[in-house]
Design a protein around this ligand. Structure first.
Ligand code: PGA
Length: 258
């Protein structure tokens, strides 16, 4: 079964308004000509700017079938008195189709546990959007050889409440926390080993056909000089790129390396 290749750029809390627009414009410019149609030869490119830029970036990319837009977070509730929160439906109404849920920075700094992430996944899917669900172990868990158990539990508790017919809206991102923003990427073999394990978990929970269609992205210090090796692995379907997505030339180089 052929899976979509996807490169997503997670800008995190970076770029002021003009800078963000410029970055999006430079990426679109750099990729246009290659991304006008979904040829299948070019990955789907997803830009995840800070939420205040979503609408502008969505408008800027709206004619490019190969470029879509994601939010980095969404509320665990549909609407109402939740000061400061942004709902999945609002994100959709701004023109985004994807939401990153469960990023390790959300888990670590904002206390998002599996119970809240489960609610967020429900909100994203209910709003008709796609979820990019992040999993990954911290260094100590890998050193203790608990990384497979940790990732399995994150999937079970945050994602596996979804029914089979909702899995078409799911992308999984494996992001070992020890590799995020540290310059220490997982080796292609380490990435492949965990991606294969995640696919096996998806097979166990759903079935082989569904597992074979869900894209699994790698994230963690992915850069132009290491991306090709990681993306060449059979169960790695693309990347979730942080630091290297803040520079158009680097991001485009990563896109083209797949
Ligand atoms: P990084 O971040 O590429 O800067 O390591 C990846 C991520 O956090 O999504």
């Amino acid at each position: 079964m052929k899976r979509n290749k996807i490169i997503a750029g997670n800008w995190k809390m970076n770029k002021l308004y003009e800078e963000g627009l410029q970055l999006a414009e430079d990426i679109v410019q750099g990729l246009s000509g290659e991304v006008i149609t979904r040829s299948g030869h070019i990955p789907l490119v997803i830009l995840a700017p800070p939420v205040y830029l979503l609408r502008d970036v969505a408008l800027l990319t709206q004619w490019y079938k190969d470029i879509d837009v994601a939010a980095q977070n969404a509320a665990a509730w549909p609407a109402g008195a939740f000061t400061g929160e942004v709902s999945a439906a609002m994100i959709g109404s701004a023109g985004a189709s994807y939401v990153i849920i469960g990023h390790s920075e959300r888990r670590a700094w904002f206390g998002e546990d599996d119970a809240i992430l489960k609610e967020k996944v429900i909100q994203v899917i209910s709003a008709g959007l796609h979820v990019i669900f992040c999993v990954g172990e911290v260094l100590q868990e890998r050193m203790d050889c608990r990384h497979f158990d940790v990732v399995r539990k994150q999937l079970q508790d945050g994602l596996f409440h979804l029914e089979k017919n909702q899995t078409g809206h799911v992308i999984v991102a494996y992001e070992p926390v020890w590799a995020i923003g540290t310059g220490h990427n997982a080796t292609p073999d380490q990435a492949q080993e965990m991606h294969r394990f995640i696919r096996d978990c998806l097979t166990e929970k759903y079935n082989e056909e569904i597992a074979s269609t869900i894209p699994i992205l790698y994230g963690g210090s992915c850069k132009p000089d290491n991306a090709a090796g990681i993306f060449a692995m059979p169960d790695v379907d693309g990347g979730l790129i942080g630091g290297a997505s803040l520079n158009a030339a680097d991001f485009i180089a990563v896109v083209k390396s797949i």
